[in-house]
Design a protein around this ligand. Structure first.
Ligand code: MF3
Ligand code: CO
Ligand code: CO
Length: 261
């Protein structure tokens, strides 16, 4: 296992690509309304990525994936393929954007709730998934065990009555889309890895209303909950700094100060 320690020059390049990725999620918010298709969302994001951020979508062409973003609706956990089905009131969709620019990757995702009427439980699922990401980011500083991230997420999620997906995880990121270390969102055996200044990785917890088990759809990409219940995910790319952390994909209107640990 070789974990990259990024120098200042590389960190600055990561800041740039990650900020651009976060801008896609800011830009698309306005368009997410009942009646829009995930294909249209993909089209809008693609144009913005190419023309405004002058970046490349890392998803487009990745292992045969033919769209620029992932759109995971309702019981789709992650890696959903944009299609021509209209989103309707009460649906939830995760939009996951990974950009490539100047030799570096930035990866982020968030949930969008469609319309204004959702079941309480679904709204809570999205809110607590975001909070589980935030509390796990807040503990980050050099010297802590990497495993504490997953432990923190699982403890929080289960306290709130949700399950944590085990089959997919966060990852180191930088000159590669996916690199070491693997970031689990649940507690496992201690691999002994200690966080160090200059590490950059994603945290991207997926929380389910029902069981944590998933299966791969016959389309070869969409990961779905085994019990058809809803799933939510949020993702940030995070840098370990001298004393704490920096969220490289933080959006303009995003503030995590309300989280107390
Ligand atoms: N962005 C996803 C992640 O968080 C990976 C998507 S791969 C794709 O790691 F091919 F489905 F786009
Ligand atoms: Co990722
Ligand atoms: Co992603």
């Amino acid at each position: 296992m070789k974990i990259t320690i990024n120098n200042n020059e590389d960190i600055n390049k990561m800041r740039i690509v990650c900020k651009k990725a976060s801008q896609i999620l800011e830009m698309i918010e306005y368009y997410i309304k009942p009646g829009i298709t995930t294909e249209k969302i993909d089209y809008l994001c693609h144009n913005f990525i190419v023309n405004k951020t002058k970046s490349i979508s890392a998803c487009l062409g990745y292992q045969g994936f033919l769209k620029s973003i992932c759109t995971s609706v309702n019981n789709v956990v992650c890696h959903g393929i944009p299609n021509n089905k209209k989103l309707k009131e009460g649906d939830i969709v995760n939009i996951d954007v990974t950009l490539y620019k100047n030799g570096f990757y930035g990866d982020t995702s968030k949930m969008f709730l469609i319309g204004n009427k959702y079941k309480k439980k679904i709204k809570k699922l999205c809110k607590e998934t975001l909070k589980s990401l935030y509390i796990s980011i807040k503990i980050i500083k050099p010297g802590i065990r990497l495993g504490l991230i997953g432990k923190t997420i699982q403890k929080y999620a289960e306290k709130k009555g949700f399950s944590v997906v085990r089959d997919y995880c966060g990852h180191g990121i930088g000159k590669n889309f996916h690199e070491d270390p693997i970031i689990l969102h649940y507690e496992d055996y201690d691999n002994g890895i200690i966080l160090k200044q200059g590490m950059i990785f994603t945290i991207e917890p997926m929380l389910n209303i029902g069981k944590f088990e998933t299966y791969l759809d016959k389309d070869g990409w969409s990961v779905k909950t085994i019990d058809k219940k809803f799933s939510a995910q949020y993702e940030h790319t995070v840098l370990v700094t001298k004393n704490s952390y920096e969220i490289l994909t933080l959006r303009k209107n995003e503030n995590i100060d309300y989280i107390k640990i």
